[in-house]
Ligand binder design. Structure first.
Ligand SMILES: [Fe+2]
Ligand SMILES: [Fe+2]
Length: 159
């Protein structure tokens, strides 16, 4: 069952960044199903790895657009992204040590909070600086392939 539904109100004005954010909603959905599965440990491990790849590509894309559009809050924004990566890395380390399946819930709660506080507030804050800016879409597209493919099975299978 999904707790988040993508809507146009969540758009930050750049299609490739919106697509990445939809990918994260998909990952949160996957975490909802994990507790019912026999291979939950492998799933959690794969999701943690995927999130690190996701962060590396998505944050690079976003930060390139923010630099191109001279968004004034980009240093703080970068530090927030680093916090996400640090958290996921530390959770992966703990998970590999304990294998505790409860971590699926901890991760889901963290990602839900990230969506509410980072994507819907901090990412939304750059919308006026990037929407309709010449070259912004091109910079976003050139930063890398769509991440939605990662969870749609074209590059990586999560189930
Ligand atoms: Fe973002
Ligand atoms: Fe961001």
């Amino acid at each position: 069952m999904s707790c988040f539904q993508w809507s146009e109100e969540m758009s930050v004005g750049i299609a490739a960044i919106d697509s990445d954010h939809k990918c994260l909603i998909r990952i949160i959905d996957l975490l909802h199903d994990i507790r019912d599965q026999d291979d939950s440990q492998r799933m959690i491990d794969t999701v943690l790895d995927t999130l690190l790849v996701y962060g590396r590509h998505h944050f690079a894309r976003e930060e390139r657009v923010l630099a191109a559009c001279k968004f004034p809050g980009r240093a703080f924004h970068h530090s927030e992204h680093q916090g996400f990566t640090r958290y996921v890395e530390s959770l992966r380390k703990r998970f590999r040590g304990t294998g505790d399946p409860q971590m699926a819930k901890e991760l889901r709660d963290y990602l839900s909070a990230w969506l509410r506080h980072h994507i819907l507030i901090q990412d939304m804050a750059f919308k006026p600086y990037v929407t309709g800016k010449a070259g912004a879409e091109e910079v976003a597209n050139a930063a890398g392939p769509s991440l939605i493919d990662m969870v749609d099975g074209r590059e990586m299978r999560l189930n």
